[in-house]
Every structure is written in C-alpha cells, then in structure tokens.
Design a protein around this ligand. Structure first.
Ligand SMILES: [Zn+2]
Length: 264
C-alpha cells in the first residue's frame, strides 16, 4: 500500500520539478542549463552560505593582498555586468593556495595564493575563474543536477527495485556529484579568460599562472585547488585554444568597455 501510493505520487512530483525547471543559458558560451532556481535565489543562497563561511574562517589583515584583490575584483565585477549581484571579495587566512566562489557574487581567495601571483593579471586569472562560476550559476546548476538525480533515483527504485537504484546511483555519483563538473571547470576557465580580457588584463597571463600551478603539482605538492580542478596539461591546452578569442576582447577593451587603462 505504501509503495503503491508513493508510485502514484511520482508523476506529480516530477511534474512539479519540471514546472520549475528553468531553461537557462551561460553567457558567452551559450551552453543550455537545467536550473530549478530563480536568479534571485542565487543571491539569497549565496549570501546565507557566505555568512556561515565567514563565521568559520579567519580574514587576512595583509593590506597589500586585500588591496590587490579589491582592485582586481572591482574590474572583473564590472566586466561581468551583473549589477544585481552583491559582489564581495575577501582574502582569507590559509596555508592552502586556493580560492572559491558562492552564488550571487561572493569570492574568497586564500592568503597563500598570493605568494604564487606575480602581478594583477595573474590574480585576475584566478578571480576571473571564480567570478565565472558565480556568473554562469554553476552552484545552483549543481544543486539542480542533484535534485534531478534524486528524482531519477526514486523512479528507478520504483520501477526496478533498490538493487537497480544502487547501480544507478553508483554511476551518476561520478558524473554529477563532483564538486564542480569538468564541464563547469573548463567553462569557468573560458569565461574567466574573456572577463579578464574585457577588464583590461592581458589574457596571456592565464597561461603563465596555470603553468606555475602545473609545475607545483608535478613536484608532488597536493593542492586542493588542483585536486578539484582540471588536469594541468589539458587545462593549458584548452586555454591556448581560447586565447585568440579572448585577445579580441582585450584589443577592444579600452574603447569598447570604457576602461582606458591596461592593467598588468
Ligand atoms: Zn573552479
């Protein structure tokens, strides 16, 4: 009886999910996305998670790093052209050379990352990548994939029994449950390259920066940033392919996007 009523509820539950399924698309790349959240919930969810994160982490007091991040962050936020986002850029104290973004425009860079950055353009590479995760709504896209996967799991269990469900979940775990998907990571690199170029930073700096990271990973230093991010060789290969496109934005930047300066 219990099983039967659950089965009867299923079409309704799936219909609700599909009713709210927004068909969004990523700026610049045009990739279609399945997102069950409104644009305003990005901002609300991000702000809430940000508050919780900041309560746990220690903010850096190093004025050089803070000023560099504010400078670079402001230019990239302007290039992202989302004035509705509540952009915020914070340096957090950590020995891990890492960075992360939350939906709606919250970006944190760990203090150790600044030791690997030689100029603003290299910092713009990392911040541009993180700004792009927020701009392309990767956080809520990932959450939507999770909901979809769970609905699919219920359906498979009802139709084929729990053993099948285990098989199904084992497979989708690998595809859908990585921190960010590979697609999202390469997309954040691609968008980040365009944003930094539009903001007036030489996109070629992305290659020098990721090359340094690749070398670090070869020395056996395990970096969290790298472990959740794409393979170094493949990433550089992709960036090299995307460089000419970004170069066009860089050449147009001073006139077209109103920033008279080139930043290094
Ligand atoms: Zn990333």
């Amino acid at each position: 009886m219990a099983k039967r009523s659950k089965l009867l509820m299923l079409p309704g539950a799936l219909a609700v999910v599909f009713l709210f399924a927004g068909c969004a698309s990523v700026p610049y790349t045009g990739r279609s996305q399945m997102i069950f959240y409104s644009e305003s919930s990005d901002i609300e969810l991000g702000a809430e998670a940000w508050k919780e994160t900041l309560a746990k982490e220690k903010k850096s007091t190093d004025s050089t790093s803070i000023q560099a991040l504010n400078r670079v962050g402001a230019h990239l936020a302007a290039a992202a052209n989302r004035p509705d986002y509540q952009w915020e850029f914070v340096v957090l104290e950590s020995t891990e050379p890492n960075a992360f973004a939350l939906p709606g425009g919250k970006v944190a860079v760990y203090s150790a990352l600044f030791t690997l950055v030689d100029n603003d353009a290299e910092l713009a590479t990392v911040v541009g990548h993180e700004v792009s995760h927020a701009l392309a709504r990767h956080g809520v896209e990932r959450m939507s994939q999770n909901i979809f996967r769970n609905c699919g799991g219920i359906l498979v269990e009802q139709l084929f029994g729990s053993q099948w469900n285990e098989v199904y979940n084992g497979g989708t775990d690998l595809i859908a449950m990585l921190p960010y998907s590979r697609t999202q990571e390469y997309e954040a690199d691609h968008l980040g390259l365009i944003l930094m170029a539009r903001a007036g930073y030489d996109p070629a700096a992305a290659l020098t920066f990721w090359e340094k990271f690749r070398k670090l990973s070869q020395t056996g230093t395990v970096l969290e940033f790298l472990s959740t991010h794409p393979d170094g060789d493949k990433r550089l290969e992709e960036l090299k392919k995307q460089l000419p496109e970004a170069q066009k934005y860089y050449d147009e930047a001073p006139e077209k996007y109103g920033n008279g300066n080139r930043y290094r």
